[in-house]
Design a protein around this ligand. Structure first.
Ligand code: MOS
Length: 706
């Protein structure tokens, strides 16, 4: 990533490139002889293709080829690993509405679009179901255990508690909707070397999948993805549409670009699956939790199982001896879901964190007081101490900044004209992960440092974080440091997901810098220079234009003795209009407890981004299906409402900023996911406090409030 016009060490290294349009996203690459792919999609939800007439499309101006299950070159070649992911153009079977059934390639995008409209399919339809709730009522419906049931202590202990609540919470399908549309450019050469410009959260993952699917050596696949216009989880796998494009390029011997439409973004690249959950909580009269039961049903597809961590949080987040959880997935006739924005944990936190508020209310306790009273001393699930946890401090900071003392425990107590004011709080928690990554560092006699790793940046500011780690260790000015990523030929790193990149790749950057530092010190000593000599003069004296270090970092076993989590506390003030039911989030204070903050500006931006996504999840976002047809009806930006500026108040972000002692040399735990997880519950809890109305089905739209 070019380091352009960085003014001070807090600036994003890619900031200027992004806001001036110089950052190049996958669809902006132009290759000689580039052709354009457009997908034809199924118009039925389940059944079989009985006929596919591609003749008029093939005769249309500029059309080079039409590929479908009818003429796919030898199918087994294109099987994806594991067998369960959808094999593109492999079968005449239809699994969901909007399934790609053909790709038309032409010499312009417009011609490909026109020709795609000429492809006519006939079908044999079968009965289908796209509704989770209907599937749950249907005794014959398939239900699969998502994860093993969990139990400690007595099962369903809440039922016999002095005070108990038991409620159901529902979430609709949500769609990632990053600004950048999904797609890929593939350039397959006759020697079976393929270069792709992709939209991916992992260049190595994309490289692996393409190599496996097409049965070519890994080194034959080059993946470029330097800039990504938002991922939110949908870039964590290589989708059939990408395989179709590579297949098309191989077939016609020319580069092919495919950019899907906004409508296709709703069916082809995953979503947050709809979920229905029950939470039962029991407590003593003085407010000690005695039982937690969290059961969840989440949607999946009929052709591939998708599971996520919906009930994880209930197992460890509160001090409680009796906890049981169950998580079941229910196949419906939709495209396979994928992790989305703090994935299943965010789904589960809405239910659990609403329920915690509900039992505090049943106890007539301040929910904040209830939370503090049930804050766990250690992780009871793993029977290990937390590596670091400063939640009580975070509660205190947040409460003061939001003005929690103005909150009244009795709902509907604060009113100004038609607006009722309420306050809500919730916790967000996510695994503090650290994986294995490699980084190469080149320290040059011109005073610069080049760092390289095949990681990605989907927006959180990876290049900036890595630059700051190196800057702090080596004292090199930030404008002299370049961090290159998004290129599969660079040293191996995992995909950007699960809030682990700074922890994982940052540790390798740390090790590279520590090693460079000691090499310079050694060179200085050997050439009779003082130990404080700067590296430029040391390199010059030794006639070295540069020194290079490669490090792979994973860390030792010390982490096994601890439970590692990153936390956030969300405080929200809402105003609810008593006549229209409109909910406005009027103030937000999010407090992050995620170890050392390496990059204050990008860390804050992540929390702000999470809060904005959280407003969407709480108030506006819902992918609506007409279950009669199995089709999305709001599959565009006009009807699928993501929050806009007018929906977002000033967001205050605070960090505890205390190093975690075991996770990595920086003491930094992950950020991204905790920004969103729990947020929607804080809004729902605030709406209850404002109005006395408990809304357990997201999004909280005016019709539900009134
Ligand atoms: Mo994230 S949902 O791990 O991209």
């Amino acid at each position: 990533m070019k380091n352009l016009m960085v003014k001070d060490e807090n600036d994003r290294v890619d900031g200027v490139l992004k806001v001036t349009g110089q950052a190049k996203y996958f669809a902006e690459f132009e290759l000689p002889g580039l052709t354009y792919g457009v997908l034809v999609t199924s118009t039925i939800t389940k059944g079989k293709i009985t006929g596919l007439d591609t003749k008029s499309a093939e005769r249309a101006p500029g059309v080079i080829a039409v590929l479908s299950h009818l003429n796919k070159p030898s199918a087994p070649l294109y099987e994806q690993e594991g067998g369960s992911p959808m094999k593109i153009f492999y079968t005449d079977k239809i699994f969901f509405n909007g399934q790609p059934i053909a790709i038309v390639i032409a010499n312009t995008f417009e011609r490909a679009t026109y020709a795609a409209s000429l492809v006519k399919a006939t079908y044999e339809k079968e009965a289908f179901n796209t509704d989770l709730h209907k599937a749950l009522k249907d005794a014959a419906a398939k239900k699969l255990q998502g994860q093993p049931n969990y139990k400690r202590g007595i099962e369903n202990a809440y039922q016999t508690a002095e005070v108990k609540i038991e409620q159901e919470y529902n979430l609709p399908i949500e769609t990632h909707n990053p600004m950048e549309l999904h797609g890929i450019i593939a350039d397959w050469k006759p020697n079976n070397q393929v270069t792709v410009y992709a939209k991916t959260q992992g260049v190595k993952a994309t490289q692996n999948t393409i190599a496996n699917v097409f049965k070519i050596p890994l080194t034959n696949v080059q993946v470029n993805s330097e800039f990504v216009g938002g991922g939110f989880g949908m870039g964590l796998r290589t989708w059939p549409l990408e395989i179709a494009t590579v297949m098309a390029s191989k077939h016609i011997g020319k580069p092919v670009k495919l950019v899907i439409t906004r409508m296709q973004m709703f069916t082809m690249v995953g979503n947050r699956p709809a979920a229905t959950q029950k939470v039962g909580l029991g407590a003593t009269k003085d407010g000690k939790l005695t039982g937690i039961t969290h059961t969840a049903f989440g949607e999946s597809s009929t052709y591939e199982n998708f599971t996520e961590g919906v009930v994880n949080m209930a197992k460890f987040m509160y001090q409680c001896d009796n906890v049981n959880t169950a998580y079941t997935i229910v196949p419906v006739d939709l495209g396979v879901p994928i992790w989305m924005r703090g994935p299943g944990e965010a789904t589960g936190a809405f239910a659990l964190e609403s329920a915690i508020d509900e039992i505090a209310h049943a106890l007539d306790m301040d929910p904040l007081e209830f939370r503090i009273k049930n804050d766990p001393e250690m992780d009871q699930q793993r029977n290990k101490p937390f590596s670091s946890k400063n939640i009580k401090e975070a509660y205190k900071i947040g409460a003061e900044k939001i003005g929690w003392s103005q909150r009244k425990n009795k709902p509907g107590s604060i009113k100004e004209g038609p607006w009722q004011t309420g306050y809500g709080v919730s916790i967000g928690v996510f695994n503090a992960n650290r994986g294995k990554a490699s980084v190469k560092g080149v320290l040059k006699a011109d005073g610069s440092l080049l760092l390289q790793s095949a990681t990605s940046d989907i927006g959180p500011g990876t290049g900036t974080g890595m630059t700051l780690i190196a800057h702090k260790l080596l004292g090199i000015p930030v404008e002299k440091i370049t961090f290159e990523l998004g290129d599969s030929s660079l040293p191996t790193a995992p995909s950007q997901g699960g809030s682990a990149t700074l922890s994982t790749v940052g540790s390798a950057v740390n090790d590279v810098c520590v090693s460079l530092k000691s090499t310079i010190a050694e060179l200085a000593a050997n050439s009779n220079m003082s130990a404080t000599s700067d590296f430029i003069s040391v390199l010059k004296k030794n006639n070295l234009p540069s020194i290079e270090v490669n490090k792979e970092s994973q860390g030792g076993k010390e982490r096994d003795n601890y439970s590692l989590y990153s936390f956030s506390i969300h405080f929200v003030q809402v105003k609810v209009h008593e006549l229209t039911g409109v909910v406005k989030v009027s103030k937000i204070v999010s407090v992050g407890d995620s170890g050392t903050i390496v990059s204050p500006k990008t860390a804050r931006s992540q929390m702000v981004g999470g809060a904005v996504g959280g407003i969407g999840m709480a108030l506006t976002e819902e992918s609506i299906i007409d279950h009669r047809y199995g089709r999305y009806i709001n599959n565009n930006f006009a009807d699928y409402h993501v929050p806009v500026n007018a929906d977002v108040p000033e967001i205050e972000v605070h960090f505890i900023n205390k190093p975690d002692p075991v996770i990595n040399p920086m003491g930094a735990k992950g950020m991204g996911e905790i920004a969103l997880i729990g947020f929607s519950a804080a809004v729902a809890n605030a709406v209850f406090n404002a109005t006395g109305k408990r809304i357990r089905t997201l999004p909280i739209t005016p019709d539900k409030v009134l």
